[in-house]
Design a binder for this molecule. Structure first.
Ligand code: C2O
Ligand code: CU
Length: 551
């Protein structure tokens, strides 16, 4: 016997990457979109389904597509990060990708994973409960994706290349976006502002995604509270807040009760940014959308704006993270490893390379870089997954250090300049199948401290602890939450702080670990894990598809 809802559900779908022309902030540009939509189309699925998507590249540049937060059991082949699990899909060609859902339920998203193309090539993935199961909260009256993004008047990859050419921080965006629109507070934007029409007394599930390239965001709705019920495709205990902080790559499912006086209200997002010592490039604009009650009334004009924390309020930035707990009940058990046999300590740092006559555009005439354990990652030209699978040597090294090469007071304000210089390499860390892994990610004040939303492919992990200052291996583990830690795929290492994550390495493959602040990724804040096969055939990677894009 079998039950229909346990059989992987197959849906056919396609995504076509192509150029389209869009007007925002009174100017028009050509940019890559999917199916001519911005944000791109939403993919709907049920828990446990496998979706097959034909990805066509009808643009002029190479592209790849990644399913952010989908763990892709045993099948890294169509995970998407360029030169990690595949070579790019070239203009004019097609790659048939599988999205293999397993434990994920809630909101995830998809995005391009080559250059900065994901600024315009992204969309939501909504995963409903299986037939016969329900949300762990009252069924909302409606559901609404809220996709937060960034807009440049110029081509984003030009902005990137210009930054790389001068060594400087690339120009910050010209606008923040809610569902592709800057909102009323920007020129030429009023008519496009996103509106959510609500009925008094009803409840709305907002599926909020931070698809911005760089900016962490404070988000709130005037006069309304939000109740977080999920993050990164996993449910949480309800957490009611006036605002949330959402870091690049993260998703939050929040319930909005339309329980205020019928009126128009702004929802708004602003950047959270630790003003670094050497510059303060961040987008300091405010994006808005409107929550509009149905009915007859005279709306206040203009609608009221929500109270948001000050842009550099680091204490405010950790308030949601501090309250997040997974459900940890019978239907949503928490499987956090109670002990670990593989303990890694990774520092994440901003760095710089000296330039002749201090002629570069970065801090004090240097060129910006960034690193993990002082290694700034160099992308190979053949993807690591194929190099591993086919034993092609010389593509990567497997000596990524478990510990930083130098131990010092990582969060000290006056670190000597010599710490700023990273080494470069294409190093990965090999993990035994089923090893229990703890990674402590430690921000440093080398060059400049800031938050780093670290994202792991192939896994969600339990966030068992975090704090400010240097991680203390004797004291801090005593305070770990091993009962109901949140289960996430992207966790922000607080500025001058640390986080500890745990997972069991039960998904063989090659899995990328990187900062989701796009310029930090461009500068080298990434590495990968190779998780070995287990003994049992069911603990081994599946064979590659026949249409892997050629290198
Ligand atoms: Cu959302 Cu490696 O990405
Ligand atoms: Cu970063």
């Amino acid at each position: 016997y079998f039950f229909w809802d346990e059989v992987a559900w197959l849906t056919f779908n396609w995504l076509q990457v192509k150029e389209a022309s869009y007007t925002r902030l009174c100017s028009t540009k050509n940019m890559l979109t999917v199916n001519g939509q911005f944000p791109g189309p939403t993919i709907y699925a049920k828990k446990g389904e496998t979706i097959i998507v034909d990805v066509y590249n009808r643009g002029k540049e190479n592209v790849t597509i990644h399913w952010h937060g989908v763990t892709m059991p045993r099948y890294p082949w169509t995970d998407g990060p360029e030169y990690i699990t595949q070579c790019p899909i070239q203009p004019g060609s097609k790659f048939t990708q599988k999205i293999i859902l397993s434990t994920e339920e809630g909101t995830l998203w998809w995005h391009a994973h080559s250059d900065w193309t994901r600024a315009t090539v992204h969309g939501a993935i909504i995963i409903y409960p299986k037939n016969g199961t329900k949300y762990p909260f009252h069924k909302p009256n409606a559901e609404v994706p809220i996709i937060l993004g960034e807009w440049w008047k110029r081509d984003v990859n030009e902005v990137r290349d210009e930054g790389l050419a001068t060594g400087a921080d690339p120009n910050s965006s010209d606008a923040l976006l809610i569902n592709g629109q800057p909102g009323d507070l920007y020129p030429c934007s009023k008519s496009g502002t996103f509106k959510l029409t609500v009925d008094h007394g009803k409840t709305y599930l907002l599926r909020i995604i931070n698809a911005a390239l760089h900016e962490a965001l404070f988000f709130a709705i005037a006069k309304h509270k939000m109740t977080v019920v999920g993050t990164d495709g996993s449910y949480t205990k309800p957490l009611t807040r006036d605002y949330i902080t959402i870091f690049p790559g993260q998703t939050f499912d929040v319930l909005l009760e339309a329980n205020q006086r019928p009126d128009h209200y702004y929802m708004a997002a602003i950047t959270y940014s630790v003003a670094p010592k050497y510059q303060d490039f961040y987008d300091n604009t405010t994006t808005t959308a409107i929550v509009q009650y149905r009915g007859y009334y005279t709306p206040s004009s203009p609608p009221s704006l929500p109270d948001l924390p000050a842009y550099n309020d680091t204490d405010a930035s950790v308030q949601v993270m501090a309250g997040l707990r997974s459900l940890a009940d019978a239907e949503h058990p928490c499987d956090v490893p109670l002990s670990t046999n593989t303990n890694l300590f990774y520092t994440v740092s901003m760095n710089s390379y000296p330039c002749v006559n201090n002629s570069c555009g970065g801090a004090n005439g240097t060129r910006f870089s960034s690193s993990i354990n002082n290694i700034s990652f160099d992308f190979p030209t053949i993807d690591i997954l194929e190099a591993y699978y086919y034993n092609i040597s010389g593509v990567y090294g497997n000596n990524f250090p478990s510990f930083p090469p130098l131990v010092f007071d990582f969060t000290y304000d006056y670190l000597p300049l010599v710490y700023q210089l990273p080494s470069t390499g294409t190093e990965v860390r090999v993990l035994e199948y089923n090893s229990t892994v703890e990674i402590v990610l430690q921000d440093t004040a080398v060059l400049a401290e800031t938050h780093h939303p670290m994202h792991l492919h192939g896994y969600s992990f339990y966030v068992v602890g975090w704090g400010f200052g240097n991680f203390d291996e004797n004291r801090d583990p005593l305070r770990y939450n091993l009962v109901d830690p949140p289960f996430q795929n992207t966790i922000s290492v607080p500025s001058k702080g640390w986080v500890a994550i745990r997972f069991e390495a039960s998904n063989p493959g090659v899995w990328f670990l990187h900062c989701h602040v796009e310029r930090h990724l461009t500068w080298g804040m990434e590495t990968a894990f190779i998780v070995k096969n287990g003994k049992h055939p069911e603990a081994q990677m599946l064979p590659p598809p026949s249409d892997m894009p050629p290198c």
